[in-house]
Design a protein around this ligand. Sequence first.
Ligand SMILES: Nc1ncnc2c1ncn2[C@@H]1O[C@H](COP(=O)(O)OP(=O)(O)O)[C@@H](O)[C@H]1O
Ligand SMILES: [Mg+2]
Length: 368
Amino acid sequence: MNAIDMAIRAAAANIKLTGVTKAYDAQTVVIPPLDVELRAGEFTVVLGPSGCGKSTLLQMIAGLERVSAGQIAIGGREVQDLEPKHRGCAMVFQNYALYPHMSVFDNIAYSLKISGMAKAERIDRVGAVAKMLGLSDYLARKPAQLSGGQRQRVAIGRAIVREPGVLLFDEPLSNLDAQLRHDMRVELAELHRRIGATTVFVTHDQVEAMTLADRILILNKGRIEQFDTPKAIYHHPASVFVAKFIGAPPMNILPVTGDGTVLRLADGQVAAQAPLTGSYQLGIRPEDILLDSKADGRAVTAALRFREDLGSHAILAAELGGSVVRIATPFGAEVLDRGEPSLTFPASRLHLFDAESGRAIPGAFAAH
Ligand SMILES: Nc1ncnc2c1ncn2[C@@H]1O[C@H](COP(=O)(O)OP(=O)(O)O)[C@@H](O)[C@H]1O
Ligand SMILES: [Mg+2]
């Protein structure tokens, strides 16, 4: 680690939420009691659809919203009754309102100035942050003279300059165009590696979650659906909700019925071997479906509805037993023109979920 990184490196703190609840009234419970621990230095992405309570959760950590019940401890210290400024968190919002009349330097230095830091130290600190964020040549400019990405970097600079142990982001990239979002993702990952602050990053974008997170916390109506590494969430989704939220296109979910030997689709075709009886939801990712592989006699026949050729691969949509399945295939036009492709679902790639609760049933295909 070089001197600049060292100067900015935060004392990371763990964040422990115990029974944290947010209710506006008895009918409006946004976050039912929630328990979770975010490790010191960890990059957590809170992922979920709009309105699921992501911002509320982040603002309760920051102190911008009060908890209705429960405790929040940061670095072992209970903070739920403290003012935001005493919690050791810095926050970056989607609408990163910079002070328009101030230079980049003054924007970044502002919080240091009001905390009474001596000028020489302010110059050092801002210089180090600006260098880290590639803003050294822009310190004299006003926000209006910067690109969107540069402005977002100033907002991040303003947050990290106080060396917070906890860095909170609320959809900070959603106003940026696709290329810039990608570049900023890479920069944020790099920044986190360098300063090591415990980071909580809220987004509804599963690509941001998959690429940035040490662990992803998936929120559904204020409840934790799953909290695990991107890899585990992708390969072992704990519920249909998670399975359908991650992946583009998302996992196919098909209703099936077991007769003790095989699982049948609604049209009677056999999708898999399994010693199960009753109703289930069968999951398979678009890229895990094999096309035209009748060799083992386990293929089902689907009716092709449409296709999208993305260059690197194609997405086929086909009707199967009353559901639409999506198939991702690297192969070109030769398979695309067949009206009734045969599909095979490799047993090792199948996921099984409870028909009612949607929770995963692990190990259902283990013997195959
Ligand atoms: N002051 C309020 N009174 C009642 N409900 C609110 C209030 N503020 C937010 N909510 C509700 O809380 C839920 C979660 O909001 P929010 O945390 O902003 O979701 P997200 O950030 O995941 O989109 C939403 O359903 C929203 O309507
Ligand atoms: Mg929000």
